[in-house]
Design a protein around this ligand. Structure first.
Ligand code: NAD
Ligand code: UDP
Length: 313
């Protein structure tokens, strides 16, 4: 198949490109490098089934030269540090960018998958989060540039499906980790691992009782591909690992894994930081036959090894 991946130079996008090429497809990658890096795709130089174009999906025309069967839309700043820095761009990519990608998919008869997020649930009152929960998002808080952009993008995809018969899928992705995350992207895993490897204190925000559940990248990519190729339709599907952990326990795990004795220090909890997050993956299990396979200790070991390598030891 001919497949377009936007956000191809990012953490998830570059792993998705690898998987699609390994499955024998032709892939066009698009990215504006606002948070991604050319280095994530460097190993694909010379692969004649991969083409790359530097473009901004909110405003640049993306020329499709032959045919397009699938469009995975992953372009968007994703870490809190990135979307705070790029607030207006984040709103643009979920609105103008999303609309442009729906039009592109429609014009080419392609199926589109939107990379949405558990942030659509905000600071959730329902736990674990099921897809039919509408969420609890502060529309004017600091996270709203991301949360509302992603919610608007879901509304856009759904409207294109409803009114224009766009063949669409929506993945609500929960916290995912693995090699190729940037050490400086501010997300909790690279933050803690980076601090431990540099011998600095680990910065736990709040009292560390807030929870997250971490999915290894290979599992998540497999879920995205299964969802794209399923007959699940346009209803959102949660993809994530349902094994929940407090951030304080997560910090302790990282200390152990990195064999580090640095202290944990506490800093203020950012405004609207969700206090609990865990996916209910019943729908993904039923519709896709999918569930995560890589346990946290195995996934963390692989990721810490990667960070050690990029730091040079
Ligand atoms: P990332 O920042 O590593 O990748 C995003 C990529 O999109 C980057 O390469 C960036 O340069 C590119 N991009 C941003 N705006 C663009 C634009 N206007 N035009 C073209 N390219 C643009 O983040 P990631 O973790 O790989 O996330 C990928 C997608 O998955 C995002 O849409 C994100 O919201 C979603 N997601 C990720 C997670 C996670 O835990 N990693 C969780 C939920 C949702
Ligand atoms: N966090 C933390 N210390 C850090 C970075 C993050 O305690 O140095 C916390 C953050 O407040 C949140 C959780 O870890 O409760 C996950 O944060 P992240 O930015 O990775 O993603 P989020 O799930 O909030 O989008």
């Amino acid at each position: 198949m001919d497949i377009l991946v936007t956000g191809a130079a990012g953490f998830l996008g570059s792993h998705l490109v690898d998987r699609l090429l390994a499955d024998g497809h032709k892939v066009l990658g698009v990215d504006n490098f606002s948070t991604g890096r050319p280095g994530n795709l460097a190993h694909l130089a010379g692969n004649n089934r991969f083409t790359f174009r530097q473009a901004d999906i909110t405003c640049d025309h993306i020329e499709i030269s032959s045919q397009l069967d699938r469009l995975y839309n992953l372009a968007s700043p994703a870490s809190p540090v990135d979307y705070h820095r790029l607030g207006l761009e984040t709103l643009d990519v979920g609105s103008a960018g999303m609309k442009a990608m729906c039009e592109l998919a429609l014009a080419n008869g392609a199926r589109l998958l939107q990379a949405s997020t558990s942030e659509c649930y905000g600071d959730p009152a329902v736990h674990p989060q099921t897809e039919d929960y509408y969420g609890n998002v502060n529309p004017v808080g600091p996270r709203s540039v991301y949360d509302e952009s992603k919610r608007f993008a879901e509304a856009t995809v759904t409207a294109y499906h409803r009114y224009r018969k766009l063949d669409a899928r929506i993945a609500r992705i929960f916290n995912t980790y693995g090699p190729r995350m940037r050490l400086d992207d501010g997300r909790v895993l690279p933050a803690f691992v980076g601090q431990a490897l540099r011998g600095e204190p680990l910065t736990v925000f709040g009292d560390g009782s807030q929870t997250r559940s971490f999915c290894y990248v290979d599992d998540l990519i497999d879920g995205l591909v299964r969802l794209m190729e399923s007959d699940a339709g346009a209803a959102p599907v949660n993809l994530g690992n349902p094994e929940e952990i407090t951030i304080l326990d997560f910090a302790r795990e990282i200390l152990k894994l990195t064999d580090s004795a640095v202290p944990i220090i506490y800093q203020p909890l950012p405004q609207d930081d969700p206090l609990q997050r865990c996916p209910d993956i019943t729908r993904a299990k039923k519709m896709l036959g999918w569930q995560p396979r890589v346990g946290r200790s195995e996934g963390l070991n692989r990721t810490v090894d990667y960070f050690r390598q990029v730091r040079g030891g």
